[in-house]
Structure formats: C-alpha cells, structure tokens
Design a protein. Structure first.
Length: 313
C-alpha cells in the first residue's frame, strides 16, 4: 500500500465487469476499435482525396474523424489489456498522459461540434454572407485555436494531478486512467481538484451544448421560413445529421457526469459499463451517420471503392 505521492510510481487499473460478460466485452471492444479506425480513416481519406469535399464543413468532419481515431486508440487497447489480465499496472507518466490526451480530445471535440453548428447557422440564417465569413482558412485557424485553447486549460489539470498526494493505495477501479478516480484515491479533501474539473465540464461540455442547441433552434426557425420544400428538407436533413452526432457524443457523457451528481448511485460495474459504451461507441457511430446521411460522402465513397476495384482489376 503506497503512503505518499513519491512512492506512487504506477497505478493498477481494475476494470470491474461481470466475469460472464468479460469475453463478449473484449470481442466487442476489438470489433469496435477496428470499425472505428477503418471507418474514420476511410471518411478522412475520401475528404482529403476529393477536392469537391474540401469545404469548411467537410474539413470539420475530417477533423472529427481524426479525433475519433485518436480517442479509440487512446482508450480501447488499454481497456482490452485490462480485461484480458484482470489487472494492469500503468506507470505514473503514461497514466497522466492518457488523462491529458483524453481531456484534449474532449475539449477539441466539443469545440469542433460547436464550429459545425456555427457553420450551419451562418449558412442558413446568413446565406449571402456565408462564402465570405466561413472559408477553409477561417476553419483551419479555428481548429488550430481549439487545440491551443485545450492545451492552455489542460496544463493546470496536469499540474493538479502531479500535486495529488496518495495514501489510499494505487488501485483504480476504472477501465482507463481517470482523473476523478485518481482524486478519489488521493488523501486530500482540497476542493480545488474537483472544482477545476467541474469548471472544465461547464466550460467545454455544458457551454458548447447550450450554444449548439440555441444555434439549431435558430436554424429551425429560419428553415421554416424557406419557401422551397426541397431546400427546407435539405437544411433539416443536414441539421439532423449533426444533431445525431451531438447526441452520440453528449448523451453518454452527460449521463456519466449527471447520474452520480443527482444522487443516483451506480455500482462500479454499471458505471464502468456506461463509461466503456460512452467512450468507445460514438467514434464508431459518427462516420456511419455521416456516410448514410450525407449524399456527398456516400457518392465519394462509391467512387472511391469503384476506383480501387478498377485499379485491382
């Protein structure tokens, strides 16, 4: 049992899952990982190789695909390793790094989704200004800024992690290195450790969600005033695609934060199941949603495979 921060050189992760479901969970995670990497990589390559798709919205979709691949690679291999061996010892540094990477993906991801909402807002509400306001250069600068903003806010989180004194052992009942689990395992009652996490949640989870919902409400009101039925359908179809992506990202995220906060006590196994689903399924669903609901991507995917087939012959 470790009694000080200096003696904590590693954390032992123990992902509590029903033993009868362990093999199914491992198989599902491997399948989800392969699907996530392959589908997101395919969407990214199709956008990069097709000049017609190199527009502001598709640049954001390509960015989201990269984030989804990073998210899956950051979490799933370690989850599988833990489930196979029951316990997994992770050195202190790599554990902190996993938390930082996950936080960075979350912050940039919510900001990218917000940029998507802003893109649709300007396109529908101010269509004449759209070509001059929303350009590829503007989007690329915004993507760069989201990464800079994320780094600025994650640095204090890293500092707080390195300050945590541990005196309750180093076994974390989680499926990956988790900030909240580490704080709970520490021997400090200083509120600043969880207060900063709460502040980040409000700023980069609740804040963007409110912005997204208000943007789509305004878009819906503007779309209802469009006289052309076809144009109205196109607007609603595009917005529905983006809202589905928002739901896949936010619903599991909010549930995992809100349920404990409302006094609903989940068992460790139930919480781990929610965390696994919430962090691994969305990266797989996002490219599927875009592929099935976006005409341009469906057409480009068809041409992409036709070229590969013709090249193979």
């Amino acid at each position: 049992m470790n009694t000080s921060m200096e003696s904590v050189s590693e954390f032992v992760l123990h992902c509590v899952i029903d033993s009868s479901q362990r093999n199914y969970t491992i198989a599902a995670l491997i399948f989800i990982y392969l699907m996530s990497i392959c589908s997101n990589l395919l969407v990214f390559l199709v956008i990069v190789q097709n000049n017609q798709l190199q527009t502001p919205m598709f640049l954001l979709i390509a960015t989201l695909a990269i984030l989804d691949m990073l998210n899956s690679s950051n979490l799933i291999p370690r989850m599988v390793a833990i489930l196979i061996s029951d316990y997994l010892a992770v050195p202190y540094g790599p554990c902190i790094l996993q938390i930082d990477v996950e936080a960075h993906i979350l912050v940039v991801g919510t900001l990218v989704i917000s940029l998507m909402a802003a893109d649709r807002y300007v396109a529908v509400v101010y269509p004449l200004r759209y070509p001059s306001v929303i350009t590829n250069q503007t989007v690329l600068v915004c993507i760069l800024l989201t990464n800079v903003i994320s780094v600025i806010f994650i640095i204090p989180l890293t500092v707080l992690l390195t300050e945590l004194p541990f005196c309750q052992g180093n076994i974390l009942s989680s499926c990956f290195c988790d900030y909240s689990a580490m704080v709970q395992k520490s021997c400090t009652e200083d509120p600043r450790y969880l207060s900063y996490l709460s502040g980040l949640t409000v700023l980069f989870v609740i804040g963007p969600l409110l912005l997204i919902l208000s943007s789509y409400l305004r878009i819906t009101l503007a779309a209802l005033q469009i006289s052309s039925v076809e144009e109205r359908k196109k607007v609603f179809s595009t917005c529905l695609t983006h809202l589905l992506v928002v739901c896949t990202i936010y619903i599991p995220l909010i549930l995992s934060y809100l349920l404990p906060g409302t006094g609903i006590i989940l068992s460790t196994e139930a919480y781990n199941t929610l965390v696994i689903v919430g962090n691994t399924v969305p990266p797989t669903l996002n490219p599927i949603i875009y592929s099935f609901r976006n005409k341009e991507i469906k057409t480009s995917l068809y041409k992409f495979f036709m070229r590969k087939t013709a090249g193979g012959n």
